[in-house]
Design a protein around this ligand. Structure first.
Ligand code: HPA
Ligand code: ZN
Length: 335
């Protein structure tokens, strides 16, 4: 298949996105505009200056800028505008369903009320569904560099809004903060009827993926790259069809892989794993969903069937009702 035909197929396929941090969709132009609106001085002379700073040696180097960037967000309108801008990217890339992470602790720790964050994001998502037909779910993500107790406090604040999110997740600095640090918090969330996901195996060892799977009992693994180092773990993930939300451009930007051809996605497909393609923090890593599919398809020489399988997987792995999954998968197969 020509490169043009591959790009065309990717653009035409309906897709779900399952791993995107709303704070990571904060484009420099919008950040500068909101900073101005809120009377906040950014430590950069221009949008280009800000973009030039996006050159990361590892996850922590990115996280330092990611937290600095989100400090600009203060009002419900800010959160609405941020989310609305991301949804416009979904529409452009034929993402028809998205499951979005938000990091409440990154906002409440600065004095922004949980309600302000949620009302802004949820308001934009509701508007998006009515206006564009893009459906969505929210995933409340705990920051793993903070304590489990802090997570419990956040869960308490979130309780009045339980109907607004479908799952909880775990993100931020991975090494030194294993999933088992949060086993009581995740058990409580499970009791409350929430789905569970966890970033694991991005920089952390295969054992962190194992803990997420067997100690927390997660429904999906976010990233999961390093699971590939452990054949028994790969067999477990394949047998249980636990989804992995891979993020190609993120992996490259954060030096999880040294070149796109080193992405594990082809090997994961070959091993029968339920792997999906996602953008993670697209404003920081150089592209939204279609750019991630394109980079991957070209570097790994994916066949049209493999590309279609990735789109199908995105719906199979989503927190959608079975009938909606079937409807979306039929739409993929019709392309
Ligand atoms: N890993 C961990 N934490 C994060 C990420 C990520 O890729 N993006 C936003 N927070
Ligand atoms: Zn992530």
């Amino acid at each position: 298949m020509t490169s043009h035909a591959t790009d065309k197929l990717i653009a035409r396929l309906p897709k779900a996105e399952l791993h995107c941090h709303i704070e990571g969709t904060f484009e420099p132009e919008l950040m500068v505009a909101i900073a101005e609106r809120n009377g906040i001085a950014l430590p950069y002379a221009s949008v280009d200056d800000l973009r030039r700073a996006y050159d990361f040696a590892d996850l922590q180097a990115f996280l330092d800028l990611y937290y600095q960037g989100m400090n600009v967000l203060q009002t419900e309108e800010d959160y609405f505008d941020l989310t609305h801008a991301y949804i416009e990217r979904c529409v452009a890339d034929n993402v028809v369903h998205t499951e979005i992470f938000f990091d409440p602790q990154g906002h409440t720790a600065r004095g922004v009320p949980f309600k302000t964050v949620l009302d802004g994001i949820a308001g934009a998502l509701k508007y998006a569904e009515a206006r564009y037909g893009v459906t969505s779910r929210l995933i409340l993500s705990f920051l793993r560099h903070l304590s489990e107790e802090d997570g419990f406090r956040t869960l308490k604040e979130a309780e009045p809004y339980l109907g607004h999110f479908v799952a909880v997740g775990l993100d931020s600095s991975e090494v030194g903060h294993p999933p088992s640090k949060f086993s009581r918090l995740f058990a409580r969330c499970r009791e409350m009827g929430l789905k569970l996901v966890c970033h694991a195996g991005e920089e952390g060892p295969p054992d962190y993926v194992r803990e997420a799977l067997f100690d927390l009992g997660v429904d999906r693994i976010d990233h999961g790259n390093r699971a590939m180092e452990d054949a028994d773990l790969v067999a477990d993930l394949a047998r249980r069809q636990v989804p992995l939300t891979n993020c190609p451009l993120s992996n490259l930007s954060l030096c999880v892989i040294d070149r796109m051809a080193a992405s594990p996605v082809k090997a994961q497909l070959d091993a029968g794993l339920l792997v999906t393609v996602n953008s993670d923090d697209p404003a920081y890593f150089g592209g939204y969903i279609n750019a991630n599919y394109r980079a991957l398809a070209h570097a790994l020489a994916l066949s049209p069937d493999e590309i279609r399988q990735l789109a199908r997987n995105s719906f199979t792995a989503a927190f959608l009702d079975p009938l909606d999954k079937v409807r979306h998968i039929e739409a993929v197969d019709a392309v």
